[in-house]
Ligand binder design. Structure first.
Ligand code: URA
Length: 216
């Protein structure tokens, strides 16, 4: 169970661009792709490597390493996670993919509450076993309600050996809420100090799905 803030200056400058209200749809979406890729590099550090030896074109032997990623399933929470997943797939191209289409029911949300009812319209999760590492991607870990619902849906499919959450921004409340349920590893570019009465992260970056794809 770890919480890692990806503080690479490139990740932080992309995050700043994403937060800026003047950033348009195309730049926003491209920024999320780049952030997903950078976060993937950080996640890759947590996998073991094995020592290997190869022969170079000069006929010489060179010692090196091979990253042992094993069986990876990436689950994207539609639609906001799609750009980050595109970046992440550059790092883990062998991953199997699952999707969860989830929506916070804002109409039934009690102002100020951390609890949203989650409407899931479509869930497609590949086979999961003890040997599987599941990465759940959602740019905004605001209250944790969507993430907890996604984790429940994944557990119905199988018990993975490891679960990793990959988020651009989270709140401490959501991180604690998720960790109280399950010892997952969480990667974020930032933990923001506040959540407003409507469940939006402050300062945050607004509605990630709307900014990446236009207002729904
Ligand atoms: N979802 C978003 O897109 N933004 C937030 O701040 C919270 C949830």
């Amino acid at each position: 169970m770890t919480v890692t803030i990806v503080d690479h200056p490139l990740a932080q400058s992309i995050l700043t661009m994403l937060r800026d209200r003047r950033t348009g749809q195309i730049e926003f979406r491209k920024g999320l792709v780049r952030l997903g890729r950078l976060m993937g590099y950080e996640v890759a550090r947590s996998f073991p490597v094995s020592e290997v030896e190869v022969e170079t074109p000069l006929g010489a032997r060179a010692r090196g390493v091979r990253l042992e990623v094993g069986d990876v399933v990436i689950i994207q929470i539609l639609r906001a996670a799609m750009p980050m997943v595109e970046g992440l797939l550059k790092v883990f191209p062998m991953a199997r993919m699952g999707v969860i289409s989830a929506r916070r029911r804002e109409e039934s949300h009690e102002r100020g509450s951390m609890d949203f009812q989650i409407e899931m319209n479509y869930v497609r999760i590949p086979r999961i076993g003890r040997e599987t590492t599941v990465m759940i991607v959602d740019p905004m870990l605001a209250t944790g309600s969507t993430m907890l619902a996604a984790m429940r849906a994944i557990e119905e499919r199988g018990e993975p050996g490891r679960m990793i959450l990959i988020n651009a921004i989270g709140t401490r409340q959501a991180v604690e809420r998720v960790l109280a349920k399950k010892p997952v590893d969480i990667y974020l570019a930032a933990i923001d100090p506040e959540i407003n009465e409507d469940g939006y992260i402050v300062p945050g970056l607004g509605d990630a799905g709307d900014r990446a794809y236009g207002e729904a």
